[in-house]
Design a protein around this ligand. Structure first.
Ligand code: GLC
Length: 509
């Protein structure tokens, strides 16, 4: 189990209203209590924060908002002392406009770094060089630079110019940034939109049927795989199991699977179709089937993500999916049950689950008033600060921080969840402990079971050990249960012979 921390939102210790590395260090025991194996930190590097750190101005330093390199070393030592591993974010597709490489590149067409980015003359009509759109606000992926009269490419915000990985000097400089952190002892990298680094050399227009969609499919390129093989060799040249997980933002599991290579590219890839699936048994059966088919074809180990810093939390998404009800409290009650069943689902599928900070508290998204919105792509709700206790500042220094608190923080905070043995926090602990002690859950193959339409049921098998999981995705009680002894129920009710509304069970044979 890997646990994603969005540093701005985890815990502030210096009173600037933004989380910091010391805040993460202060809560490592919480992560041990949950039972995570590794943490992934979203960017904490020097950045003007146009995309809250995914616009990097120096890959090899800590932004003062978060602390400094000494704080980082202290944090890494404490993480390792607890037997956890640390993965950090690496943003290879683009830098910030304030990165010295770009500052130099844009200064003149003759700059030695001109070709480190993707510059093009205007099209014949004076307009943008092609029809690509950027992925955050869906504007054009090109910005005209008045200094030289050329456009530069940015698949994300204009403040995030794309690097030109076709230039070997770029590939080599970026490899050095990996070495910097590997030498400091990090265990690996989550590679941001790494499927985009090999660009279509002709920068052709998107065909009409996909024009306007971000993450252009034209950039699915053999060059990317070559780069990934080189990066893998670099990681493998270091002692210990250093690993790379790629954010392959291609909503096609077979394409995602191709980035495992022949076990010589990425160790793991994010696969987002399940993240975008509804809370619906038929959809989930399909996601599991297609994931197994695509990944077993390449011998790849799956990953599972329900929430991250780019999407509404899954509790919020699934609650919205329930539609209007006569009372908001009904929605909340169902939301809690669904969040609990989803915890069992996430932690029992075949593969590595990624848990986004706050899921273990059952958090929903914060409601953000228009004047408090920060992110140009509207992703603030899931980035609300984590409430640690019931005091007005919830374990932060101030009670008013860069974003408002998530709902019900007076009662739904880490301290109250830990104190309540029936809480979702303890459910996560129990499922993860069971997973750790059950080889079928950790390593076993997965097969779907025949079950009623609203029940997602599967069986994990390993060396003669079997465990079945059933998730009732409906609000009705269902007269069905896999055979065997119930080891755990998501709602804490003792085992019945039927599945309760939105109840998940783990059954040993
Ligand atoms: C990834 C990140 C997202 C960021 C984008 C550009 O999708 O997860 O937060 O905005 O890349 O770096």
């Amino acid at each position: 189990m890997a646990y994603q921390i969005y540093p701005r939102s985890f815990c502030d210790t210096d009173g600037d209203g933004v989380g910091d590395l010391e805040g993460i260090r202060a809560h490592l025991d919480h992560l041990v209590a949950v039972g995570v194996d590794a943490i992934w930190l979203s960017p904490f590097f020097s950045s003007p924060m146009a995309d809250y750190g995914y616009d990097v101005a120096d890959y090899c330093d800590v932004d003062p908002l978060f602390g400094d390199l000494d704080d980082f070393d202290r944090l890494l030592a404490d993480v390792h002392a607890r037997g956890l591993r640390m993965i950090i974010d690496w943003v290879p597709n683009h830098t910030s406009v304030e990165h010295p490489w770009f500052v130099e590149s844009r200064s003149s067409p003759d700059s030695p770094k001109r070709d480190w980015y993707v510059w093009r003359d205007p099209a014949a009509d004076g307009e943008v060089p092609n029809n690509w759109v950027e992925s955050l606000t869906f504007g054009p992926a090109w910005t005209l630079d008045p200094v030289t009269g050329q456009y530069y490419l940015h698949c994300f915000l204009p403040e995030q110019p794309d690097l030109n990985w076709a230039n070997p000097d770029v590939a080599s400089a970026m490899a050095d940034t990996l070495r910097f952190w590997l030498d400091r002892g990090v265990d690996g990298f989550r590679m941001d939109v790494v499927h985009l680094i090999g660009k279509d050399p002709e920068l052709r227009d998107e065909p009409p049927e996909v024009a306007g969609l971000p993450h252009t499919i034209l950039n699915v390129r053999p060059e990317t795989h070559e780069h990934l093989r080189t990066l893998r060799k670099l990681l493998d040249s270091y002692p210990g199991d250093r690993m790379a997980i790629g954010e392959i933002y291609l909503l096609d599991t077979e394409l995602v699977a191709s980035h495992y290579g022949n076990n010589d590219e990425l160790h793991l890839c994010f696969n987002f179709p399940p993240l975008y699936s509804k809370w619906n048994a038929a959809d989930w059966r399909q996601r599991i089937t297609e994931t197994e088919a695509a990944l077993s074809a390449v011998g790849g180990w799956p990953t599972w993500v329900l929430s991250n810093h780019d999407n509404p939390r899954h509790r919020t998404r699934y609650e919205r999916g329930l539609g209007p009800t006569s009372s908001p409290d009904d929605v909340r009650a169902d939301g809690e049950l669904i969040a609990r069943a989803a915890a069992v689902l996430l932690c029992t599928l075949r593969g590595t689950p990624f848990l986004y900070a706050g899921e273990e508290l059952g958090l929903s998204d914060a409601m953000i008033a228009p004047q408090r919105q920060r992110d140009p792509a509207g992703r603030d709700g899931c980035r609300a600060p984590i409430p640690w206790d019931a005091t007005p500042s919830h374990g932060w220094v101030k009670d008013d921080n860069w974003l408002p608190w998530p709902p019900d923080s007076d009662s739904r905070n880490a301290e109250s969840m830990v104190d309540d043995p029936t809480s979702i926090f303890h459910l996560y602990r129990k499922v993860l402990a069971l997973r750790r002690n059950t080889s079928a859950l950790q390593l076993g193959s997965i097969g779907l079971l025949d079950s009623p339409p609203d029940v997602l049921a599967y069986r994990r098998s390993h060396e003669g050990g079997f465990v079945s999981i059933a998730v009732n995705m409906s609000d009705a009680e269902i007269d069905w249960m896999p055979g065997g002894q119930v080891l755990l129920t998501s709602d804490g009710h003792s085992a019945r012979r039927t599945l309760g509304p939105y109840q998940a069970v783990i059954v040993g044979e």
